[in-house]
Design a protein around this ligand. Sequence first.
Ligand SMILES: [Zn+2]
Length: 1074
Amino acid sequence: MKQSSSSLRTSDLNGMQKHRRITIERLEKYLQNGQFSDVNLHATLVKERNQEAVNLQVFSVPNGRRIPFADAIQGSYQPTQVGESFGPTWSTHWFKVTITIPESYAGQAVVFIFDPSCEALVWSTKGQLLIGITGDKNVDRHVDYRLTKSAKGGEQFELYVEVACNGMFGAGIGGNGSINPPEEDRYYRLTTAEIIVPNTDAFDLLWDMEVLLGMVKELPENTQASCDALYTANQIVNTVFHDDLSSIKKAKEISREFFEKRSHTGYSQHVVTAIGNCHIDTAWLWPYDETKRKAARSWSTQVFRLMENYPEYVFTASQAQQFEWTEQLYPELFERIKEHAKTGNFIPIGVAQTWVEMDCNLPSGEAFCRQFLYGQRYFEEKFGERCTVFWLPDTFGYVLLLLPGLKYFFTQKLSWNNINKFPHTTFMWTGLDGTSVLTHFSPADTYTAQASVRDVVFAVHNNKDKPYSNQSLLVYGNGDGGGGPLIPMIERLRRMQNVEGLPATVKFGSPNTFYEELEQTSRDLVSWKGELYFELHRGTYTSQALTKKYNRQTELLLRDIEILSSLCVATGVSDFKYPKTELDRLWKLVLLNQFHDVLPGSSIEIVYHDALKFYADVVESGTKLRNEALEALIGRQRTSTKGPATVFNPTSWTRPRQVIELDTETANVDVSILQQTSADGRKALVILEEVPAYALKTVQMGYKPSDFVPVTGISTVVKFDTSSGEKTIVENAFIKVVFNQHGRIESLYDKKEGRETIAPQYLANVFKLYEDIPLYWDAWDVEVYHLEKGGEVAPGTLSVAETGPLRAVLKVSQPITKQSKLVQTIIVTATSSMVEFDTWVDWHENRRILKVEFPVDIANDFATYETQFGFIRRPTHYNNSWDMARFEVCGHKFVDYSEHGYGVTLLNDCKYGFAVHGNVIRMSLLRSPKAPDLHCDMGEHRFRYALYPHRGGFNESNVVQAGYEFNVPLLIRSVSSTFSASIETQFFTVDTSNVVLDTIKQAEDAKDKDIVLRLYEAYGGRGRARVKSTLPIKKAFLCNILEDVTEEVKRDDEGALLLEYTPFKVLSIRIAVD
Ligand SMILES: [Zn+2]
């Protein structure tokens, strides 16, 4: 052997026996950065290192503001140095960096290393983004920017670095990755600012060695490939001398020979397609504004560094909102992304169907459609194509309706299930409406894979559908901001492309091509019907109650505005312009807040400051729009003269007779003919006769139906009986309710059906408090054992607040604990079988959950929960682990518990967490997690719910309608009206009770008076519906949610639209009005 220049050389004793385990540990030590890195392979990575060449100045932006580059360079810069610390949390510090390259570096590559222990972004002096930085010591660390491939020597470089005082996972107390609330005054130390000359051969060898060691450890010990890799790697260690860099080339020759010998082509046992990504949560442990910079940091690294150097590299990013931010704030970066989109390296199309990666449990059906509409339209406009893959790697369960046009679906989140292991990797997922989508769960069980041998081997082993498909997706790259794939990941994948002995060939690819290939090569895929329930994060149906309340409220407010505005346009109201721009703006705010860490309640406190600000904007601006459109539709501007009120029914069925409230201040109320006013005198109570679907109707003061019991003394329709001890009895024509002195319901007797609805020996409307300490994810999880520890709160006190012929109002003052209390108003009106509960809570608890329970006299194996444009039936028993795992589930406006012929529904106006177990309907009201928001849900809350006993099982009931009616009241305006009862204008009617006309909006690219209707089948039936309209409809076409027109809709002789429907079908129709 040729003598090395090192004082050491490879031993002649190389023929001695090697001990496998000790040799493996030797290899690990040889590759580790830390102990021994002054003498192992890491000692060879850097040829030169120089801190003196770097001159630093800093400008700390006052008041924690995030400012544009043009403003930043105007700042006043002060000298600074390595070792200084910068803060507090969320503040920004701009560094001006001047680097002088030593003469001796001529001809060599020079790299700038800058580690501020937090996130940063490197800029040129001209304001171009260069690269993102993630400092500190974690796996996602990347702190280097290459200044030149070949230095001249003596030249100068100038740069700016925008340092953001937060880590990749925010600034949680306890360090990186902690979900605790942020530490508000954390300072970050600038640990490194220097230039180096890297030894590229040594880096090359390091990545070879990582793959070799991976093969040794991850392949079965008795395989030739594992043994060969071990032998080769050990030989390399024996060959490299850190003080003789020429030895690297010799070692590289050994690894080259290994990979060359084992390279193979042709049919492989399995194919792993590797897709680079950086999952950027749109807000989470940092605010929305920081996400804008996180996108810039991550994506600049992709386009300016990785794509420049690795032509085969493919990166994918989702969420139209992040692209729009980048377009607005970093236009140059956006242009480069568009260029790389054309070459197929940067794939926004393909994965970003929606506006944000939204939660899928809580948004309404229409909000769900709008996520796709705004997302797809954005990508089509900017990138010329639509996406085919619905990409939701991190969302907490999927109860979505499957929308037309959705071809492929991707997630991996169900691998986090904490009870049952999901049995499939590649399968057909069949939704409520019976349509199917090709689904793949990345079998590496992560969307932040490190692209190691272990990831590839595990993906193949964990793929549960190998009989049906030999394809797996590996989604790699660090998430959340400064991250994304790092160079070593790409280098490792390059080496693993064709290595005989690995269980798969590896290739770089895009989501679209992966799914297309999957579609072509798979066979006999199994089907999974219905909900993809996520067995974790069940607390996210309840945490951050106010956000959830605003979500429901704003979804329905936007619905009202669109209906009223469309009708104004379609009926030719003069001077009325459809508020398209403003509606787009408001919808985007609502959709943004549906991001999968915001609406579910799992973000830090400052995120909710932003979210609530956005909601307040939507409510204020939206209420104004709704009022304007309603007044325009009624046809007269509001005058100072008081007139009788007019109502509008914003639903597609006749609203039943009901008691409404009129404001005595603004409405022209003739007090002399009033039957009742509210206890405070501010509201006049009036009986309103039926209001037809989508119609205006004038309120008639003093109206009394002929079958109404006259208002005389004790024989009021709603009567009180306090004679039976301390019980209070409220009775109307439909029900008789018995309350005990604490406000609990002892009996709810249905007079029409002659049956009791409350379970014998039980009380209903009972508040229960349970200990709510999850295993780790505080705001996210309520765990199965919480029901083991807790019970009924202390008794409340019932009083009578209002009596009269039209309604009775009771009040319950209810202590919860020493520090929390509740006041409930219970309302029974003369016209309904419903008991309404309007609840105010002052809440100051720690890891406790408040629920209300209704034990009912119903028995069925299943209960029905509303979801987007449909319902889900879930078991009421816990026979097996899959049933038991659903001990807390998501529902929307109602949960219904019915048996043959009869049922009881619990309606709500803003709650989403439920359970029906045995005979108990249970609704979660408030939680009190302390992380990541220390003050989550502390303070005052108000919410409404109602118990609604009904004739008929769920399918024969009007429960869906009742859910709407509880949430979408008649719109009342105290203005004069030109409509009289005899000429009610009924804009739309649907003749089938199970088909709901939910949405009426202007067509997106509306010319003239084109509007879009969205209907859905709500009860699981099939047939033909007739949609009639008083509007002069010229033409009507079926379309999809993106409003692509397909076929013309058939009409009957009267011009009514004839629609064929099947269970849960969502129908969109575009109509042109004359
Ligand atoms: Zn996420």
